[in-house]
Design a protein around this ligand. Structure first.
Ligand code: ZN
Ligand code: ZN
Ligand code: ZN
Ligand code: ZN
Length: 272
């Protein structure tokens, strides 16, 4: 039997280890990237030269760094300069700092995330450490609880929730796994199915769902507007979502952005 159930898709596992690894590798990486946390320059190990963290220019002048809008970014709260997906940092570097190819320093800006707010949908307990949450849920699964008994959300902070990949809402997982073709993050891999889970352990191989594509599109829309100083409103987000999903602005066409709870989560996640 496979008592451990993914809380993001319908996959089930024999061991706690495989379950934890699946959630981390396919859904929530538990890594974050902060923009330029060690200042605007770094020392090149081979030449001992001071270089610009954004474009590697030697001895960058203050004007050069101002052009990159380094201080403008640093003045923002840390939460707005921290991203739970690397591609979101790369996007920020392009839109905010005019860096096309990503910075050579990105790996140095990465940190492991150990503290993530979350909740148990079986007994409503809340956690601040991911490992505590996993130990707790594992005990429930050993008692035989099923995801169809899960109530409510995962309790993730909005910025973290927006970074979750290949996921479906927890209250749908129980219903979905009873269907004929259950949504499984690892089964969506296009590679040799005989490799099973192993081929999916490299992130980014699975196709994004339409919902994820919409979220990605709206994240880019908001960041582009913020970078050019255009105010973002509920209406402009909803209209952008409509034209992305349906190709027109007919208000009869409803998207996730027309759901007030989702819109609030999205705006919190984007610091709006
Ligand atoms: Zn999963
Ligand atoms: Zn920045
Ligand atoms: Zn530069
Ligand atoms: Zn619990």
């Amino acid at each position: 039997t496979r008592p451990y159930q993914c809380t993001f898709c319908t996959d089930v596992f024999k061991s706690k280890h495989d379950w934890v690894r699946h959630e981390k590798s396919l859904h929530l990486s538990l890594e974050s990237w902060t923009c330029a946390p060690f200042g605007p320059t770094y020392t090149d190990a081979s030449s001992s030269l001071s270089r610009c963290v954004f474009c590697n220019s030697e001895h960058p002048s203050e004007a050069h760094l101002r052009n990159h809008r380094f201080w403008e970014c640093q003045e923002k709260p840390c939460a707005l300069r921290t991203f739970y997906r690397k591609d979101h940092l790369v996007q920020h570097l392009r839109l905010m700092h005019g860096v096309e190819k990503g910075s050579s320093q990105v790996e140095a800006w990465r940190s492991e995330v150990t503290h993530i707010n979350s909740r148990c949908g079986f007994c409503m307990e809340v956690f601040t450490r991911w490992t505590d949450r996993n130990d707790h849920l594992a005990a429930h699964f050993r008692q035989g609880l099923l995801m169809k008994d899960w109530k409510g959300c995962r309790g993730l902070d909005p910025a973290v929730a927006l970074a979750v990949e290949n996921a479906m809402p927890p209250y749908l997982i129980g219903a979905e796994s009873a269907g004929l073709d259950p949504f499984s993050a690892s089964k969506r891999c296009n590679n040799d199915p005989s490799l099973g889970d192993a081929c999916c352990l490299q992130r980014g191989e699975t196709q994004p769902t339409p919902f994820e594509q919409l979220t990605e599109h709206l994240i880019r829309f908001v960041r582009e507007n913020q970078a050019t100083g255009v105010a973002v409103t509920d209406g402009s987000i909803q209209q952008e979502a409509r034209s992305f999903v349906y190709g027109d602005a007919d208000p009869w066409n409803q998207t996730a952005a027309d759901n007030p709870d989702w819109l609030q989560l999205f705006k919190d996640g984007m610091g709006l």
